[in-house]
Design a protein around this ligand. Structure first.
Ligand SMILES: *[C@@H]1O[C@H](CO)[C@@H](O)[C@H](O)[C@H]1NC(C)=O
Ligand SMILES: *[C@@H]1O[C@H](CO)[C@@H](O)[C@H](O)[C@H]1NC(C)=O
Ligand SMILES: *[C@@H]1O[C@H](CO)[C@@H](O)[C@H](O)[C@H]1NC(C)=O
Length: 354
């Protein structure tokens, strides 16, 4: 066992139970298994940027402040209110065409408060806001992937040459830790539709302990292993030569996502369709099946403030949820094809300070 495990009791896993769907009855009788506590004790600590304005946000509040739309028109026949227990009923009413669309004008000044999320308190907790979903996939052969899904109500895409790009409602980002027989091996950090994979031993640990540190980019919430500046590209954004879009990370606000999180398992009994199960009867789980978008559709070109420069819009569309993040990664730490090949970086990249 690696030295960073010294003094930590790592539970021995029952390798069979949690990728298999359980009946409603079994679920009710099950308490949060101790091995989930292991995934909690080894969960990332997130540093939000010191100038961040858009904090981790409550999943339920996103539903309360939006209505389902297709092609900018409200979907009829949807449950009212929409909740985390019935959100997946939208799959039969348009599914992937649906955008959970803000009821308020999101471009007003000041913007509606719910888009700002909740600043973590002194313990790192987003009080009153469940802003993380921890999803565990046990392949039954000693390999377990633990997904840490981070939710923010708003994505501020960043500025280049004084222009803003890629602002959108709803922002799902994640890291994944792959365990082998209870020992973390590798980690995935999502960044703008792609990301980076690292050896677990390479990434910085909080307080010299065992929890990996994740730096959340200011506004975009892309996940990085180091603080500093990070050049990046957005697919489809074709900037003039020499101009870069940059993410900024630093040790601003400490966020412990495990203090306000839902837990679920995922399995793939019939191939590619994920089956989610909660660990207890009080945790909402149906919302994980929703295949639509968690924010407004890209505003049309005549929308006030919308513009299109360098082939990229100021206001873009909201993202799909955790079910669309390739939760069945088999041999790989990276989601399928992102990047290809999936390189596991063995040391933190030189030139970036921890
Ligand atoms: C962080 O994002 C805010 C917008 O939410 C912006 O005003 C600020 O300038 C950004 N900070 C940096 C360092 O770019
Ligand atoms: C969206 O609505 C507009 C106006 O009603 C219509 O012209 C267009 O065909 C619709 N698009 C789709 C994809 O349904
Ligand atoms: C464990 O099972 C997954 C899914 O079937 C497979 O992709 C992976 O190669 C297996 N890993 C080991 C170490 O056998």
């Amino acid at each position: 066992m690696a030295p960073f495990f010294a003094g930590v009791a790592v539970a021995v896993f029952a390798a069979h139970a949690w990728c298999t769907p359980t009946s409603q009855n079994e679920r009710r009788q099950t308490t949060l298994p101790s091995f989930v506590n292991t995934y909690v004790s080894l969960a990332p600590i997130v540093y939000l940027h010191s100038t961040e304005n858009y904090f981790p946000s409550d999943l339920g509040a996103q539903l309360a402040n939006t209505q389902p739309e297709i092609n900018y028109t409200v979907v009829s026949g949807a449950p009212n209110p929409l909740t985390l227990d019935n959100l997946d009923s939208l799959n039969a009413l348009g599914g992937s065409s649906i955008y959970l669309t803000s009821i308020d004008d999101t471009t007003s000044n000041p913007q509606p408060q719910w888009l700002k999320g909740v600043i973590p308190d002194a313990t790192g907790k987003t009080n009153g806001a469940v802003s993380c979903s921890i999803i565990v996939c046990d392949y039954g052969n000693g390999t377990v992937d633990a997904y840490y899904m981070f939710f923010y109500a708003y994505n501020w895409g960043g500025e280049v040459l004084g222009l803003n790009f890629d602002d959108h409602i709803g922002d799902w980002e994640h890291t994944m830790t792959r365990f082998s027989n209870g020992v973390p091996q590798t980690m995935w950090y999502s960044q703008h539709g792609s990301g980076e994979a690292f050896e677990y031993s390479a990434v910085a640990k909080y307080n010299g302990g065992i929890r990996p540190i994740v730096y959340s980019g200011n506004g975009s919430h892309a996940n990085y292993a180091t603080s500093g500046t990070h050049d990046h590209t957005i697919p489809g954004l074709d900037l003039p030569i020499g101009v870069a879009l940059v993410d900024y990370t630093d040790n601003g606000y400490l966020w412990d996502p495990t203090l306000s999180a839902y837990y679920a398992s995922v399995s793939f009994p019939s191939g590619t369709t994920p089956v989610f199960a909660a660990y207890d009867s009080t945790t909402p789980v149906n919302w994980l099946n929703f295949v639509g978008q968690w924010g407004d559709e890209q505003y049309q070109s005549n929308y006030p403030g919308q513009y299109d420069v360098f082939g990229q819009y100021r206001y873009s569309s909201g993202p799909t949820g955790p079910e669309d993040k390739d939760l069945d990664r088999g041999d790989g730490t990276c989601p399928s094809g992102l990047p290809d090949p999936c390189i596991i970086i063995p040391v933190l990249l030189p030139g970036e300070k921890v």
